[in-house]
Design a protein around this ligand. Structure first.
Ligand code: MN
Length: 744
């Protein structure tokens, strides 16, 4: 905890110092008008936030100043962004209105600040986070600075998250991982993305984070020595090229190392590509390609390349604008080393993506004559925004799958190329041709072979669609498409079906109300509200499929002066409460958990089947109307999605002191299958040596290798980790790891 500075003079000095630091970073880009504007924005913000403090105890104004500094120094934005960044929280948190900002700083700044202001009064919506994010994205197409400042804002909040309570940290980290990191990736803001991910990991897995950070630190000098050994034989030839160059050997991010450890199930020590060697050349655009290949040739003359690892993103840049030449070679001691070769300009784009691209563009610097990847992307964003789905969560999902992903290239029978997001299906393709082709699609052939509609497209596929007038979309189709266009078309077709069916419900309701001698128009909205629907059609539909039984109306409502009124009964009977009911329900293996500080027994809850928490795991509660209160592990892959979208449904959960309850935990075990006896050896060890109960055991072997899943009963995380360590030591066992999510 940082100590709160109480001395007002000291605080003023601190603010002035930080402000001067900011001015220094932007100085070279300012003219006189900019100077005046930045000064008045600063003064306005200081005044407006004067009564607020951050969770750290610091004066609030330090936050907007720091966000502005990140915008300039780490993203490369200019004076307008500084003004907007300084003001980014004033409309949301203080008395100042957008109109005042418009008057003082003009419509551009006002528009950006508006884009950064959270929507008001989002109490009745499913996911305020999703609604707000949708707003940010809508302004993104008008001015990209909105989203870049938002990135800086999030970065500073993540950097200073330590002062927040743990469950809030988890929620914010989840949101960052779910939305901000992929968006940063899509925008090519590689540095920011990496920092987001590392900070998220630090919050969710503090122990592992510290462990890997320490190991990286410990192995640093050994790494430097190795890189020098790797570079030495190259320098003579490199010095012969006519441009200056620099070589770096930076380790990969903690997050990506952690991912490798998890994915491959190997310890830190066995990860060979902890770092990549980067050769960056300072040269004019015209010479880039030729010189990069020359450097490639120099590197591979000395170190043997692995041909499959050659990636030429100079000839065909990645869809987020990334350009570079990658190869993996066998370095000294037989170690694989990734080498990245690029120009300074490419490096700038690789680190700062969209921001760099935008800078080059506004400064009028000519780029390669490559198609403008971001313009293309922005067009796609516009298309999704033009086709609005009412549900913000669905919008966000569409956005994620359509605009964060890489692409796949396929062809029509005539050979026209279509670009779809990676993961798109044959049915998506049908809808991309025309919505009518989608609606009436009955069969799809890929490369002359009949495939299911949900077939996932591969690069180079050629597709042929058969249609029939009688075909109609059904609900199952939603599971077979990922593109926003197909989803929204299917949804609206379903909605139309629903509306038609709802008409019957409406007529039935009209008859019923007529019977009860009340006016339809005057009472229908009361009923919509009473049954918790958003709109009239939803009510009609529920009546038409008997979810709401009109027969019960006379028991539920009475008529007072022409209006329906609810008949009050004993509290519990009236209506189902979506929040967890506080029922007493003792279940073995569940005690000793605190939910929002109260003993968990007070709630009707269960442990999530996807991630199977055991005592000692970092956990949280998630409550929903359909499934009740569920306890998940903080690292559960579902958790990110849940926390990012439905933050308000998260409940704090923590373990108290130890008890004797037991938990089921699933382990994945792989190893060498040296004939019969693997199962016996493992199960004997588990039950006799470790004294644990096995719930189930499944093993699958092929060609001398086996993979198994064991469900164990354990008391807590410590016991589970002890078991993992012991099993790892057994002969023939290669990896033992806890399963994070049950496979579907
Ligand atoms: Mn902020």
């Amino acid at each position: 905890m940082q100590e709160v500075i109480v001395n007002q003079e000291d605080e003023k000095k601190l603010i002035q110092r930080e402000y001067r630091k900011l001015l220094k970073t932007v100085r070279s880009k300012m003219d006189n008008t900019d100077k005046v504007n930045i000064r008045s924005a600063f003064e306005m913000a200081v005044q407006a936030h004067s009564k607020q403090r951050r969770k750290t105890g610091e004066p609030y104004i330090l936050h907007p100043i720091e966000v502005a500094r990140i915008c300039v120094e780490e993203i490369g934005l200019g004076p307008t962004a500084v003004v907007a960044a300084l003001l980014h929280d004033v409309v949301e948190d203080t008395e100042i209105s957008l109109a005042e900002i418009d008057k003082m700083f003009g419509s551009r700044v006002a528009m950006i600040v508006d884009g950064l202001t959270k929507l008001d009064g989002l109490y009745n919506v499913e996911s305020p986070q999703a609604e707000n994010f949708k707003k940010v994205l809508s302004t993104l197409v008008q001015d990209v600075r909105v989203v870049l400042i938002k990135m800086a804002d999030r970065l500073h909040n993540m950097r200073t998250l330590g002062a927040m309570p743990r469950h809030k940290q988890l929620k914010i980290a989840a949101e960052t991982e779910y939305i901000y990191a992929p968006l940063a990736h899509r925008l090519g803001l590689y540095k920011i993305k990496t920092e987001y991910q590392d900070l998220c990991m630090k919050i969710r897995e503090p122990e592992t984070y510290k462990e890997i950070a320490l190991k990286l630190q410990e192995t640093k000098s050994e790494r430097t020595r190795y890189i020098n050994e790797f570079i030495k034989p190259l320098t003579e030839s490199l010095n012969e090229i006519e441009f200056s160059y620099r070589i770096t050997g930076r380790p990969k991010s903690l997050y990506s190392i952690w991912n490798k450890i998890k994915k491959k199930g190997v310890p830190f020590e066995e990860i060979y590509d902890l770092f990549a060697v980067r050769i960056i050349i300072d040269l004019p655009i015209k010479k880039e390609k030729e010189t990069c290949w020359k450097v490639y040739s120099i590197v591979t003359d000395v170190h043997t390349p692995i041909p499959e690892r050659l990636k030429d993103w100079i000839t065909t840049p990645k869809s987020n604008g990334y350009e570079s030449l990658h190869t993996t070679v066998i370095g000294p001691g037989g170690r694989y080393v990734e080498v990245q070769i690029r120009s300074e300009r490419m490096d700038d784009i690789a680190e700062r993506g969209f921001a760099a691209h935008w800078k080059y563009k506004t400064e009028g610097k000519q780029q390669n004559n490559q198609p403008d990847v971001y313009e293309n992307w922005l067009d796609n964003v516009r298309e999704i925004l033009d086709n609005p789905v009412h549900d913000a969560i669905e919008f966000l999902n569409d956005f994620k799958t359509n605009l964060f992903n890489e692409e796949v290239y396929v062809y029509t029978p005539k050979g026209d190329m279509k670009v779809l997001p990676k993961g798109a299906t044959a049915l998506d393709f049908a809808f991309s041709i025309h919505s009518d082709v989608g609606y009436h699609c009955t069969a799809i052939k890929v490369n002359n072979r009949l495939v299911p509609m949900g077939y996932v497209l591969q690069n180079g596929d050629q597709l042929h669609i058969t249609t029939s007038k009688n075909q109609r979309p059904n609900k199952g189709w939603l599971k077979m498409v990922i593109t926003g266009k197909a989803r929204s078309k299917i949804r609206s077709a379903m909605k139309e079906e629903r509306r038609k069916q709802g008409e019957l419900g409406k007529e039935a309701l009209q008859r019923k109300l007529k019977n009860m001698k009340v006016d339809f128009e005057e009472n229908v909205d009361f009923l919509v509200k009473h049954f918790d629907f958003i709109s009239r059609p939803d009510l009609y539909f529920s009546i038409s499929n008997d979810e709401i039984n009109l027969q019960h109306f006379s028991k539920m409502f009475e008529v007072q002066v022409g209006k329906l009124v609810e008949i009050k009964k004993d509290q519990d009977e009236v209506k189902e409460v979506p929040l967890p009911s506080k029922k007493k329900k003792a279940v073995a293996g569940k005690s000793n958990l605190l939910i929002n500080g109260e003993p968990a027994e007070k709630f009707d809850y269960s442990l999530a089947a996807c991630c199977k928490p055991v005592q000692g795991d970092d956990v949280f509660g998630y409550t929903s109307a359909t499934a009740g209160l569920k306890i998940h592990r903080s690292i559960c892959p579902n958790a990110t999605n849940l926390m990012a979208n439905y933050g308000y449904r998260i409940m704090k959960a923590e373990w108290g002191s130890t008890t004797n309850s037991s938990f089921v935990a699933d382990l994945k075990i792989t190893g060498i299958d040296d004939g019969p006896g693997v199962i016996e050896r493992l199960s004997r060890n588990i039950s006799i040596n470790l004294g644990l109960n096995i719930r189930s055991f499944y093993i699958d072997g092929h060609e001398g290798y086996f993979e198994g899943k064991v469900s164990l009963l354990v008391l807590n995380k410590d016991q589970l980790e002890l078991a993992i360590r012991a099993l790892k030591k057994l002969d023939g066992i290669s990896t033992v790891s806890r399963i994070e999510q049950a496979e579907k």
